[in-house]
Design a protein around this ligand. Structure first.
Ligand SMILES: Nc1ncnc2c1ncn2[C@@H]1O[C@H](COP(=O)(O)OP(=O)(O)OP(=O)(O)O)[C@@H](O)[C@H]1O
Ligand SMILES: [Mg+2]
Length: 358
């Protein structure tokens, strides 16, 4: 699918803007504080009903106004055209799809699937394991509708067990150990399967940019691979009681990106780390599309800074081969890389909150 038309009212410094994006690649440039990230934020609001920069949408509304509106026409691959709209008055969110008010944000996400890559995304490989668990789980949620249910059951079992540990109710622990064993193993198996499915997509993409040998995505499932989770829970019981929480399980999971059996993040350069991250995120999108899911928009904000001209050009060329609509920002027109081989694209200049097609 692609966004054919976008109308923005009162999103940060964008008072009013309309654009007709290319179905393929859209390059957005402008000075600092011109409104480039705000444009991507508007698209993000339309697809997810939240901002990637502020925890509340209230902050996104233009200072001089009481509400913001973003609407868009989405063209699906089967020819169907849908109108999406969101309005936020600082307190309440209204979602409209094809002129009808909808309650659920997930309907928006289905109509406009988004992948966002921005400077914070680079923490994925550097920061603690929580982000990496979310990365895996996002990919699985999108592919398997039943995963959410299993994941919730696992979370429930975990919090029940932790509560019992704190008040030392040993008799009831056994029930929750079994629940944790059942759902924890399902969650771990999903993650294992996901990483192995993602791997070939990741390798194909990363090979376009980098020459790193023996790359591997290795799941750390959260407990000793050789044992059953149940046995581990029983074995850990003394320790768990002492500290008041469960030491082993999928909530301790992580994955490592290895090159020649060493953690890539400890050896590669910053530019290489960025390209690894970009490849992982794009692999996630490719994996979904190749599994028959609706293609969507890839939003890339400030993400090519620090990449050399050749890497930027390769990135653009690769994006052009993907079945996605791309919105990408930079401060200068010549920062995107070589545009000679990318086929259809549009360039937009953002200036003091105005968006002009170049
Ligand atoms: N609620 C708001 N109302 C009006 N203006 C706002 C609001 N929030 C932020 N701004 C301003 O909007 C302007 C555009 O910000 P934005 O982050 O979109 O710029 P940018 O083009 O991405 O810049 P950079 O190149 O530095 O990333 C900034 O001057 C910012 O201070
Ligand atoms: Mg910005």
């Amino acid at each position: 699918m692609s966004l054919q038309k976008l109308d923005i009212y009162h999103v940060r410094n964008l008072q009013q803007a309309s654009l007709y994006p290319s179905a393929k690649i859209n390059l957005i440039y402008g000075s600092n504080a011109s409104g480039k990230s705000s444009l991507l934020e508007a698209i993000h609001l339309l697809g997810r009903a939240n901002s990637f920069r502020s925890t509340t949408v209230k902050n996104v509304i233009h200072f001089a106004h009481k509400d913001l509106i973003v609407s868009g026409k989405v063209h699906f691959t089967n020819g169907h055209v849908s109108t999406l709209g969101i309005q936020h008055d600082g307190k309440q969110l209204q979602i409209r799809i094809d002129e009808e008010t909808r309650r659920s944000r997930s309907e928006l996400a289905y109509a406009l699937p988004l992948q966002l890559i921005h400077p914070k995304s680079y923490q994925l490989l550097d920061a603690g394991p929580q982000l990496r668990r979310e990365f895996m789980d996002w990919g699985i949620f999108n592919q398997h509708t039943d995963f959410l249910n299993h994941w919730r059951q696992f979370k429930k079992a975990l919090s029940q067990r932790n509560a019992l540990l704190k008040i030392r109710r040993l008799k009831e622990l056994n029930v929750w150990n079994h629940e944790l064993q059942q759902y924890g193993t399902i969650v771990a198996n999903y993650r294992k399967q996901y990483l192995s499915e993602l791997m070939p997509f990741f390798l194909t993409i990363v090979q376009q940019f980098l020459d790193l040998e023996n790359l591997e995505l290795k799941l750390i499932q959260g407990w000793d691979e050789e044992s059953l989770l149940l046995d581990k829970l029983v074995e850990d019981q003394e320790k768990d009681l002492r500290y008041g929480f469960t030491h082993s399980g999928p909530h301790r999971a992580d994955f490592q990106l290895l090159t020649q059996s060493r953690k890539a993040k400890d050896f590669v350069s910053r530019g290489q780390l960025k390209l690894l991250l970009l490849s992982l995120k794009l692999a996630q999108v490719e994996h979904l599309i190749k599994n028959g899911f609706q293609s969507g928009c890839v939003l890339i904000d400030d993400a090519v800074a620090e990449l050399d001209f050749s890497s930027r050009s390769k990135l653009l060329e690769f994006l052009a081969t993907m079945d996605v609509q791309v919105f990408m920002t930079a401060t200068e027109q010549n920062e995107f890389g070589d545009l000679a081989n990318i086929g259809e694209y549009k360039m937009f200049h953002v200036k003091h909150g105005d968006i002009l097609e170049v």
